[in-house]
Design a protein around this ligand. Structure first.
Ligand code: F6P
Length: 327
């Protein structure tokens, strides 16, 4: 049975990423286009539990298209993962007459969307995370901006590393996924890439640094994912103790949340806008329980259950490419 929609809710959840705002804007304006009432839920699932929701107008989303962060706020909610939390969330949605929901976020957020859809409120998910680990889309909202931010930092680091002939460990976000680290390594011209998906040892890193010195390089840039083991700090200590053998001094820079902030790139504004609009259109067409994504520039849908059951894997040939070009 197709539910008649009058009022739809939108929330952003988990770690924010640049492009959430253009996506919220598109959801709100497309909902208004269909004559629906868009409601914004503050602070993700946490705000939903606490009943922090209210109507949005076209003006509420004016001038957010170029802003980083999320105007709705976001959170990682442990309470929502409990049966009590989910009951409260549903109660708040039903009490406010929200007929359908759009959730923007990463894997945990999409699992929440799946639960709400399963409990009876038509829900559509939109992938937004800088980790790019969501299946059913070539790219998630925020990845492009985060990558550009990382590249800008790497270019700057390279300048100073070359002046001082240093080995530089540049840590990127990505607890489980090495996507950003690998792509930044390739596009930023790193000498080595250390990611959770590809095992490496401290000796491997020291060998690479020493080889770079012997090959006459003025710097040795190593991108390291937050989730790589051994950790960035362990690698730094190990290399520091071996400066004489490797030839390079060692420095470490952790980019961290800098990659999550900042104005969304043109690509992320466009992606957020397309996916936000598509989510509303799919609800309008009677679809639910799916995630909208972009594959080969086409909007596609994947059942939420399928999207959340899988983790997007890295293209191994890119790892090889990074290795081959680091000569
Ligand atoms: O959302 C993804 C992410 O940015 C990860 O890359 C990182 O490990 C994590 O969030 C950091 O989370 P928090 O915002 O809670 O510090």
């Amino acid at each position: 049975m197709v539910t008649r929609i009058r009022r739809i809710g939108v929330l952003t959840s988990g770690g924010d990423s640049p492009g959430f705002n253009p996506c919220v804007r598109a959801v709100v304006r497309m909902a208004l286009y269909y004559g629906w009432e868009p409601w914004g839920i503050r602070r993700g699932y946490e705000g939903l539990l606490d009943g922090e929701l209210g109507p949005l107008t076209s003006r509420s989303v004016s001038n957010i298209i170029g802003r980083g962060g999320t105007m709705l706020g976001a959170s990682r909610s442990e309470a929502f993962q409990t049966p009590y939390g989910q009951r409260e969330a549903l109660r708040n949605l039903n009490e406010r007459g929200i007929d359908a929901l759009i959730v923007i976020g990463g894997d945990g957020s999409l699992r929440g969307a799946e639960a709400i859809d399963g409990a009876g409120i038509p829900t559509i998910g939109i992938p937004g995370t800088i980790e790019n680990d969501i299946c059913g889309t070539d790219v998630s909202i925020g990845v492009d901006t985060a990558l550009n931010t990382a590249l800008d930092a790497m270019d700057r680091i390279k300048d100073t590393a070359s002046s001082h002939q240093q080995a530089f460990l540049v840590e990127m976000m990505g607890e489980k996924s090495g996507y950003l680290t690998l792509m930044a390594g390739i596009a930023g011209g790193a000498e080595m890439v250390c990611i959770p998906e590809m095992p490496f040892t401290l000796e491997d890193v020291a060998r690479e640094v020493a080889d770079s010195y012997v090959r006459g390089k003025k710097h040795c840039i190593i991108t390291v994912a937050e989730g790589a083991r051994p950790r960035t700090t362990e690698i730094a200590e190990y290399l520091q103790d071996r400066q004489k053998e490797t030839g390079f001094g060692v420095r470490l820079s952790i980019l961290g949340h800098i990659q999550r902030g900042g104005a969304p790139s043109a690509f992320d504004r466009f992606l957020g806008t397309r996916l936000g609009a598509a989510a509303v259109e799919h609800l309008h067409a009677g679809q639910r329980g799916v995630m909208v994504g972009m594959v080969e520039d086409e909007i596609v849908t994947t059942p939420l259950a399928e999207a959340t059951a899988c983790t997007r894997s890295l293209e191994e040939e890119y790892f090889e490419l990074a290795r081959m070009l680091a000569r």
